[in-house]
Design a protein around this ligand. Structure first.
Ligand code: SAM
Length: 480
């Protein structure tokens, strides 16, 4: 479980963590903890600062040694890193003639530790471990003991943020390097509510890579003795900073400069259009026919069929399948559509009718029977139907298709009433604005900026957005 989270903090970021929390001078008597300290990348700098500050103030070596033992704390779960950390701290101390320091570095699980005193500073870079990589015992322990982890698929680091805030005294300050997904992830909603009262600043690295992994990072700064109504947001990537009212940080935290962009923005995308997630067959290999090389069609008894060298399917069981990928590569695809519309409403076949009307299609799908049965489908879904039925209701109209992943540009595709989108987000009209208008809104620079501020990092410089993000977008009708 632990191997995945041993990415230690680079020196420049260590400096930033200490600078933003103000751990710079007058350090004697101030208790600090690095509560997942690894080999001591942060603690060694803390110790060096502490010693030089004390030497500047002409403390004796004996006092400094006692100070190091009483003021500087660390915790590390893994013995090997705990030992490395002690060795690294000894090397620093010995450079200043300080030998035999009895360090307050603990080889413990900090989430299970109680202290009978509180700290002036917590500084750190906790382990990030996704829910799926946590073992059952840890999940249970964390869920029972940390309120920010009560619901859903939390990351291990959420518990460290709660634990750190609890370690601070009433004037205590904290700087913590965290994955910026905590600002947007649905399962971090409780964490955001817990954190917000104490939060003062966010230093957002955005696309600046601190580690060789896909995580994008930010430093949060909390100050228990100075609660504020506005946070300062510092975008280290774009080198801009501005204040944001805490009351505007609800649901996902969207760090936009409202002063610059909200003026005159009255229209909500979702009031004029409906952005929804597309259908999910939960077994595209059965429903979507991608390889056209070997397909030919023929007619018999008034019915058209398509035939490959492996199967035959009734032509009227098929519709055009589209995805942002197939459209961008101009690839033709077909999808089995085991439903029909009657006066605009979707109708589902009984199994008997389906087999009678489409004997070839039914026997083709039957060859995937085991896999179809094993899908985590919605309740009442029959074996020959799509796994998720939610998106089907509004499909039979003109629509736009947009990818959930945004890289540099938002691309939308106009698709017909008959086309069945099977990945991405599709947009239909709700009020009197046209789909061309929606296309203009979604392909605007302003929407791209919004997507950059609200999207969750997918990979490299790509961001993932949701249908809800699109519906919540505010824009100025006159400026489109
Ligand atoms: C991301 S690394 C960061 C190390 C160090 N803070 C740094 O910035 O260089 C996280 C560290 O937390 C340790 N760790 C994981 N779970 C822990 C726990 N429950 N208590 C204490 N340390 C833990 C890991 O062994 C790892 O060394």
């Amino acid at each position: 479980m632990i191997k995945k989270c041993q990415v230690f903090t680079p020196p420049e970021t260590v400096k930033k963590l200490l600078e933003v929390v103000g751990y710079e001078k007058d350090l004697y008597g101030k208790k600090i903890i690095e509560n997942a300290c690894g080999d001591g990348n942060i603690l060694t700098v803390i110790v060096e600062r502490y010693i030089t500050d004390c030497l500047d103030k002409e403390f004796s070596l004996n006092d400094i040694k006692a100070g190091l033992e009483h003021d500087i704390f660390g915790a590390e779960l893994e013995e090997i890193h705990y030992r490395n950390c002690i060795n690294n701290l000894n090397k620093i101390a010995e450079n200043y003639g300080l030998y035999g320091v009895n360090w307050s570095i603990l080889n413990v699980d900090i989430l299970k530790e109680d202290f009978d005193f509180k700290f002036d500073y917590v500084v750190g870079n906790p382990p990030y471990i996704t829910y799926k990589d946590l073992n059952e015992e840890t999940r249970c322990f964390v869920r029972e003991n940390y309120e920010v982890c009560r619901k859903g698929k939390f990351d291990y680091c959420y518990a460290f943020i709660e634990a750190s805030l609890k370690l601070l005294n009433e004037r205590g300050k904290m700087s913590y390097l965290i994955p910026s997904s905590i600002f947007k992830n649905v399962f971090a909603q409780n964490l955001r509510e817990y954190l917000l009262p104490f939060l003062n600043k966010v230093y957002d690295y955005q696309t600046i890579k601190l580690f060789d992994v896909l995580t994008s990072s930010a430093i949060i700064v909390c100050d228990k003795g100075n609660t504020v109504e506005q946070i300062e947001y510092i975008n280290l990537d774009k080198r801009v900073s501005y204040k944001i009212n805490k009351i505007e940080l609800t649901y996902k935290w969207e760090f936009v400069n409202k002063k610059k962009s909200i003026l005159g923005k009255a229209a909500r995308f979702g009031d004029y259009f409906n952005a929804s997630i597309t259908i999910a067959t939960l077994l595209n290999e059965a429903f979507v026919l991608k390889n056209f090389k070997d397909i030919r069609s023929f007619e018999e008894g008034g019915q058209r069929y398509i035939q490959t060298n492996k199967f035959i399917i009734e032509d009227n069981l098929l519709k055009n399948a589209v995805s942002p990928r197939s459209l961008s590569y101009n690839k033709e695809e077909l999808i089995i559509f085991p439903y029909f519309y009657n006066e605009g409403s979707l109708v589902r076949y009984t199994e008997e009718d389906f087999k009678k009307k489409f004997p070839f299609g039914a026997s083709y799908l039957n060859s995937f029977f085991d896999k179809l049965q094993k899908r985590a489908s919605d309740k009442s879904v029959k074996w020959f139907e799509y796994g998720r039925t939610q998106a089907l209701a509004h499909l039979n109209q003109e629509k736009l298709l947009v990818s959930t992943v945004v890289t540099k540009q938002v691309k939308t595709y106009k698709i017909s009433e008959e086309d069945i989108p099977y990945s991405g987000i599709y947009i239909t009209k709700k009020a009197d604005l046209s789909l061309d208008f929606a296309k203009k809104v979604l392909e605007s620079i302003e929407f791209l900026e919004y997507a950059n501020s609200i999207g969750i990092n997918a990979s490299g410089s790509s961001l993932r957005i949701t249908a809800k993000d699109i519906n919540n977008y505010l824009f100025n009708i006159e400026e489109v």
